[in-house]
Design a protein. Sequence first.
Lengths: 155, 158
Amino acid sequence: MSFARLGLRTLRSLPSAQVSRSTNFLAQRRYLSAEARKLIDNAVSTNPLVVFMKGTPEAPQCGFSRAVCQILDVQGVPREQIKSYNCLEDQELREGIKEYSEWPTIPQVYIKGEFVGGCDILLSMHQSGELENLLIKEGLAPELPPDEPAAETKA
Amino acid sequence: MRSSLSILSRAAQSSRRRISSQLRPTSVVQSRAMSSSPAESSSSAGRTRSPTRLPGPVETAIQQKILDAFQPVLLRVYNDSSKHAHHSAMRAQGGGNGETHFAIHLVSPLFKGKTAIARHRMVNALLKEEFDERGLHALSLRLKTPEEWEKEGGGEMR
């Protein structure tokens, strides 16, 4: 077992916030150049809703990416609010985003610079009403018309 | 190769199984008796794309790691790889190795007080080797605490 791997393994057992800080230098050594990290930082901080996906919202290339786009559609998020990045077109992004988020799969959704989750988490937040609340709070989706039953709120 | 095959036959039982925590030490081993089923010979010949429901080495590793780490009340590991073998990413690898896409339903007391992201990270971290070195490509997770699971009726998760 290499030193780096041993170190990574140790770090994985720490709280994720601590890990993302301390593994930055390791991540860079693997896929994520400082430059790419800066680009991703910039993308998630300047766009309110970012989806790293395979394909595009119009033509998703993966069922999980498609599901995320459909959920956002159902939530009434306008397409122009969604900044999507096609990871299939950029190999560095494809691997880099996994390092950046410390998340092994694509799609990945960021809202206001915060990593929200992948397809499973979006779907369960959608079902619980949590996603709707978040999108409305961030001004990304319109409020429900009053005659429709509001989704139950989760404290 | 040989060692992974023996793991394969040891776990040669339906992957749709319910594992209660009391059964933990025996559930995997007991199925050794089933290892001489005809399905196994076909799978050892063409293990890379086995059409059977026999768990492959990656699936077996996933099950064992989760059993060891999460004290599961319910564990289901579904291999959905065949549904995705035609995807461009999988075609690029010749359709994948038949163990690329999994869905896991897991009920564990260890998820208590953890957010969804934290729960996913726990499982992802445990399966890091599978992601990095063994071709695991997609993982769909349903992760609940026993309390949440019972509140929903305690049956199969959808």
